[in-house]
Design a protein around this ligand. Structure first.
Ligand code: NAD
Length: 426
């Protein structure tokens, strides 16, 4: 019986089959589930072609990304192996490394709000805005009833439309009604969009206006997730490294040019898990960046400070609208297996994992940037990619990459020269 821990030293040194074997035992994957990643020793396709054909229009094939596993994550005392689907070098290694350091002081503490999404109805041509607001407020219960009639399943699970908010925009230019919906374990866009479309005619009747746009808001600020971790100063190489880190963080606080890249680093981790679990990463991206700009200027989504012992403490807060049911989550077989590997049962738990991954990723990037720089970590895989581009195959890839790193010249032209020099290849 293998110990159920995400701390797997040397995971990266195992070959693909051995890694898959370790993950299968951790997550108790069936033979079928395991084989969906690897068939006859080859990487297999991500989704069935019939499912793909129903997922979007005009399908001609399947576009694949590698799935890597980030190790070492301890979140609220539970071990997680984290599947990440991403094309960018170093993200998985960086997340694993950050989680290893966070683990020394207990890992991540995370929490998430209830799964409240906001549906918006825009009302224009309202003659008497104040009277219209009164009329809407008087009919609150009936509006919620119409909304809830659309989704008996959601209501039976304790979710559904819970409240209304009414906003005036412009100089009495338009009224906007917010429908607050508890979407339970779904991302919720379809559910909410159906509800706002259903209440729109009644809102027109109540206000005398015209209902134009009826759609969910991706600024899901009622559905925030938060994570916090302490990064041990010794593991970071001493308190001067913590200070250097904090100087790097200040740069992002003061400058939107830097903050954009800072937050991009956070989303490297979050998006990769969102994609692996079949969720809508554009929704997460839109929500994160809108939240980062909520005060009127664009800010980092993380906060850092030193504790009294000089260790680094980091915290993240952002909207996370993801589901464990509905949308592609319920159709994409590999997304379901990724969720099984993650071992998350609820949308709330997934949101807490995502917040922790975002913090880990951001810590790793800032730590590298404020010490050795970002390229060092990227170097090895980057050099291998360049070697492949130059035409290297099998063992040639490692050899050409090693030589380029040694020489400090990681360039396509040099890879081609080396390939010719060592292997006589043209
Ligand atoms: P969905 O409609 O497929 O699934 C949600 C439904 O599943 C609920 O309405 C409910 O009836 C049912 N359900 C069963 N068990 C449930 C449970 N435990 N918790 C909650 N509901 C449960 O999907 P969705 O989550 O409403 O919508 C997500 C999809 O909408 C994504 O594919 C997204 O890309 C897409 N979308 C997004 C936007 C946007 O973000 N702006 C706009 C339109 C569509």
């Amino acid at each position: 019986m293998i110990e159920k821990t995400s701390r797997i030293p040397g995971f990266y040194k195992l070959d693909i089959e051995e890694r898959l074997d370790r993950v299968s035992r951790f997550a108790d994957l069936s033979r079928d589930e395991k084989e969906s990643f690897l068939k006859d020793g080859k990487l297999s396709l991500a989704i069935d072609k019939d499912i793909a054909d129903r997922m979007i229009e005009n399908v001609i094939g399947i576009y694949e990304l590698p799935i890597g596993i980030a190790t070492n994550f301890l979140i609220n005392g539970k071990d997680y192996l984290i599947p990440m689907a991403i094309e960018e070098t170093s993200v998985v290694a960086a997340a694993s490394n950050a989680a290893r350091i966070a683990r020394i002081r207990g890992g991540f503490e995370a929490e998430a709000d209830e799964q409240i999404m906001i549906g918006q109805v825009q009302l224009v041509n309202v003659c008497d805005i104040d009277e219209a607001i009164q009329s809407l407020l008087r009919s609150r219960e009936e509006i919620l009833r119409i909304a809830n009639d659309q989704d008996k399943v959601l209501v039976s699970l304790g979710g559904g439309a819970k409240d209304l908010e009414i906003r005036k925009l412009g100089e009495d230019e338009m009224l906007v009604v917010h429908l607050l919906v508890d979407v339970r374990d779904a991302m919720g866009a379809n559910a909410v969009n159906t509800m706002v479309e259903a209440i729109a005619p009644y809102l027109e009747e109540l206000t005398g206006g015209k209902a134009r746009l009826k759609i969910i808001s991706n600024l899901a600020d009622r559905r925030l997730a938060r994570a916090r971790a302490t990064f041990d100063k010794e593991a970071m190489g001493g308190e001067d490294k913590v200070d250097a880190f904090l100087e790097g963080y200040r740069f992002a606080l003061l400058d939107p040019y830097r903050a954009a890249t800072h937050n991009k680093g956070i989303m490297n981790g979050i998006d990769a898990v969102v994609i692996a679990t079949g969720n809508d990463w554009r929704a997460i991206e839109a929500g994160a960046h809108a939240y980062a700009a909520r005060g009127g200027s664009y800010k980092p989504l993380t906060r850092y400070w030193k504790d009294e012992e000089g260790n680094l403490v980091g915290e993240i807060e952002l909207p996370i609208a993801v589901g464990v049911v509905g949308g592609a989550v319920s159709l994409h077989k590999k997304a379901q297996i990724c969720r099984k590997i993650l071992g998350v049962k609820t949308a709330k738990e997934l949101a807490m994992v995502l917040a922790s991954v975002g913090l880990a990723q951001n810590f790793a990037a800032l730590f590298a940037l404020s010490t050795v720089g970002i390229q060092k970590g990227h170097m090895e895989l980057h050099a291998q990619n360049i070697a492949v581009m130059a035409g290297a195959k099998g063992e040639q890839i490692d050899e050409i990459a090693r030589r380029m790193i040694e020489e400090g010249k990681i360039r396509l032209d040099r890879a081609k020269e080396l390939l010719e020099e060592i292997y006589g290849a043209r």
